[in-house]
Design a protein around this ligand. Structure first.
Ligand SMILES: *[C@@H]1O[C@H](CO)[C@@H](O)[C@H](O)[C@H]1NC(C)=O
Length: 208
């Protein structure tokens, strides 16, 4: 971890007293954390977020970039949102989560691919919920990192939905096929999603 990570983390912590108990609150800190954890290069994506993507597990357990969470905390499907300001983005949106840290030939593991998310009204924390009534193309798969592995970087990305996304045939939806061997970069390119507009990630290791 480079020293800029520490600076980013310190500025994140000091930016608000409750930062550790919410999602991300700074676009610069999220971008710095992605860079420090080599996610843009490992996922082969350009990550220049314009919105703060909220990922929250029941509890609530808030994801912020680089947070360490347990397999138990991250078992149920998370909910999603965007922290204001929206900076001009409108829906619908696509959510994709991947694990780039499975062994070669297995990574990336796909943890969710779901579309047609639209924004609701802001809650008391200035977060507009993202909800969809469309069955996910690839349903939530909870983190199950192998015992002994260093924590895996489970990465959530938010995309502006492309016009033809609902009829894409790159990935067979609702299939029982194993979620291994996915490639978010080539998928986003092939389905016209382009670069993510938001993202965050969590570190999860097997419980000891
Ligand atoms: C994913 O696809 C890109 C091309 O879009 C390629 O450069 C990259 O190596 C692939 N990643 C993996 C893990 O296969």
């Amino acid at each position: 971890m480079r020293s800029s990570t520490l600076v980013a983390l310190l500025s994140l912590l000091s930016s608000t007293a409750f930062a550790a108990f919410t999602g991300d609150t700074s676009l610069a800190a999220v971008k710095a954390a992605f860079d420090d954890y080599d996610l843009p290069s490992d996922l082969d994506i350009t990550f220049d977020p314009t919105v703060l993507f909220e990922v929250t597990f029941p509890g609530p357990v808030y994801v912020h970039a680089g947070v360490q969470l347990t397999t138990t905390e991250t078992t149920p499907e998370p909910s999603f949102g965007i922290r204001l300001p929206l900076n001009g983005v409108t829906g619908p949106f696509v959510v994709i989560a991947v694990d780039p840290d499975a062994p070669a030939g297995v990574a990336e593991v796909r943890h969710i691919v779901a579309g047609d998310y639209t924004l609701g009204s802001a809650d008391a924390n200035n977060v507009e919920p993202l909800t969809t009534t469309t069955t996910p193309c690839s349903a939530w798969v909870n983190p199950q990192p192998p015992a002994g592995d260093p924590a895996h970087r489970y990465t959530f990305l938010l995309f502006k939905q492309s016009a033809g996304f609902d009829s894409q045939t790159v990935l067979q939806c609702q299939s029982t096929a194993s979620p291994i061997g996915f490639n978010v970069s080539s998928f986003a390119q092939a389905t016209g999603l382009g670069n993510p507009i938001g993202g965050t990630f969590m570190l999860v290791a097997a419980s000891s």
